[in-house]
Write a protein that binds this ligand. Structure first.
Ligand code: ARG
Length: 587
């Protein structure tokens, strides 16, 4: 395995060397290289340098050009405008770089320098509750970030901070004590059944809680039993957790996503730390008593009335809330898991909570220059009408229904073309799943996470436009060409001249590693989606302008084009896999 420097970094280095040689007084100046429409790259750095050194930029630029020794990477360099450099790469350098990528199973993508340990908090549904589109976003975005970070060499610890603790369990457990056989069933219950059992219990206990004062009292006392670790109570609580997990796993499986049991560390997992967390905060003066509660105040967090709104770590009744748990989780992740980075894939509506929690942790010294925390905040999923996504009856949409519908639609799309491709019924069903689930994931991942987006299935399974199906078809078409090629193999021929569409495709392929590095450090998976979409678009133009298997082509041209097509396929496959989306071989 060898990482391959991109052409951009190669050019950057050569220009930087030439700059230093031609203008030693400039020190280590940045040539400011960009991709360009006029040539392959443009360097703008000489303008600022001329200002600093007080010279004529065009003359300085000419000196830099002279200082670039003979080489076979920079084909053509011209001074243009007020003192830019327009740079065209040789065809040979493009093909050779791509050949080096093709020879590596990581496509030449380097491991990130200075990688560390990232704990990523994502896919965190709540026990005894239905999963909704918000949980979908967290799961999809989080899973993509896990794959991308791991690919760049980061050690990733996954944490599913499920909502498995809190006062609502008093009510549920008390109800179960009074109706003992409600959750008794043999193994093998489906996710759907598990959820409907929980729903039934939730509704029944809620009704009782709201109508029967004595039950309410018993339920409240049950909360105390739970918190003090009473065994019978804990055993019943565990039943709810287990039943919920059956449901969660069935949804994650439908989402084609691997969630592992040891990574599920819910709110309850930090129970034993809560006391100590509060004690440390109070003793260090980070938290103070206010109206009986233990609070942390912030200068810039005020309510509508202008009064400060504190983060409450311990309520006046002695109970702990969401914040105490999150603060304890930070301690655990930093001190026990050795995290350098904490990432939270959570709804933007919780941004104030995380802002306060992170700031508190900083004051306590748990976060510092060496350990940072970021919220990868995501926006709301909207219906076609632009309002938060609801069913016609105004209820939140069940994730399972939504996935099933996407799969149905996608299966219909796949079936339409199936005969031509010769797909079996089994392949239609399987591809329908991959296309449907891929469509939902891609729609989520292709818009910048903090933005709200409209859930529009018609658009999502459309064959044209920025959709996963478009990318999946691009991949399947590549595989079909490779099958048709028979014994003609993909072979790079650096001596061949490239057509404009080949160069454009090649230069884009070369950027894969850079895009991944950027996505990994900015936590913006939509940039990977955009890259892949552009890759498929370059491929489409390439097909239009360059025939691959045409009998008129010399054998080397066929081989070189097959080589480009093959590398495009591998890049698409790898990129889509990092987004959690399958690429069927035949579609
Ligand atoms: N369970 C929460 C919800 O459904 C999300 C948890 C987010 N993670 C955290 N560490 N607070 O909204």
């Amino acid at each position: 395995m060898a990482s391959v420097p991109s052409l951009a970094s190669n050019v950057q280095q050569r220009l930087a060397d030439a700059l230093t040689a031609a203008l030693p007084e400039a020190g280590a100046a940045d040539p400011l290289l960009r991709r360009s429409d006029r040539a392959d790259f443009q360097a703008n750095g000489i303008l600022a340098l001329a200002k600093k050194l007080g010279g004529n930029p065009r003359e300085l630029a000419a000196k830099v050009v002279d200082a670039i020794g003979p080489n076979d990477v920079l084909g053509d360099i011209e001074v243009s405008g007020p003192g830019f450099l327009n740079i065209t790469i040789t065809d040979k350098a493009i093909t050779e770089t791509l050949a080096a990528r093709a020879a590596d199973d990581r496509l030449g993508v380097p491991f990130a320098a200075g990688s560390g340990t990232t704990v990523i908090d994502y896919a965190q549904p709540n026990v005894a509750k239905e999963m909704h589109v918000g949980h979908l976003r967290s799961a999809v975005i989080g899973d993509a970030m896990v794959q991308i970070l791991e690919f760049t060499g980061e050690k990733v610890v996954r944490r599913h901070h499920i909502g498995d603790w809190g006062t609502q369990f008093g009510m549920l457990i008390q109800y179960l004590i009074e109706h003992p056989h409600e959750l008794d069933h043999k193994d093998g219950v489906s996710g759907e059944e598990a959820m409907s059992n929980l729903n039934r219990l939730y509704k029944a206990s809620r009704t009782l809680f709201d109508s029967d004062e004595e039950f309410k009292d018993r339920a409240r006392r049950r909360v105390v039993d739970l918190q003090s670790g009473d065994e019978e109570t804990l055993a019943l609580w565990q039943k709810f957790v287990d039943e919920s997990k059956i449901y969660f796993y069935s949804v994650f499986e439908k989402l084609d996503m691997e969630i592992r049991d040891p990574d599920i560390v819910g709110e309850s997992g930090y129970n034993d730390m809560l006391d100590e967390t509060c004690r440390i905060l109070e003793e260090s003066g980070v938290a103070v008593r206010s109206e009986g509660a233990l609070c942390v105040f912030f200068d810039d967090v005020k309510g509508p009335d202008g009064n400060p709104v504190p983060l409450i770590v311990k309520k006046s009744n002695g109970g702990y809330g969401y914040a105490a748990t999150d603060l304890s989780a930070i301690r655990d992740r930093v001190q026990n898991l050795g995290a350098n980075t904490l990432v939270y894939v959570v709804d933007a509506r919780q941004s104030l909570h995380f802002k306060m929690v992170f700031e508190t942790a900083r004051r306590a010294g748990w976060l510092n220059d060496k350990v940072k925390a970021v919220q990868l905040a995501f926006g709301t999923v909207l219906g076609k009408d632009g309002k938060p996504f609801k069913t016609r009856e105004g209820e939140t949409v069940r994730l399972v229904d939504l996935l099933d519908e996407a799969i149905d639609r996608a299966t219909a799309v796949v079936r339409e073309k199936a005969e031509k491709v010769g797909l079996s019924e089994q392949e239609i069903v399987e591809n329908g799943r991959y296309v449907g689930v891929g469509a939902v994931k891609y729609a989520d991942l292709s818009t910048s996470a903090v933005r709200d987006y409209k859930f529009d299935l018609d658009q999502m399974v459309s064959l044209n436009g920025d959709t996963s199906v478009y990318l999946q078809y691009a991949y399947a078409r590549i595989q079909s060409i490779k099958r048709k090629a028979g014994d003609r193999r993909p072979v790079a021929h650096p001596e061949l001249e490239l057509a404009p569409a080949e160069r454009a495709l090649g230069l884009h392929l070369d950027q894969f590693g850079e895009v991944l590095a950027e996505v990994a450090s900015s936590y913006e998976p939509h940039k990977l989606a955009a890259y892949l979409y552009q890759l498929a678009s370059h491929l489409t133009t390439f097909y239009d302008q360059c025939h691959v298997l045409s009998a008129d082509n010399p054998a080397e041209v066929v081989e070189n084009r097959l080589f480009l097509v093959d590398l495009t396929g591998r890049t698409l496959h790898q990129g889509m896999a990092l987004l959690g989306i399958r690429t069927p071989e035949r579609l």
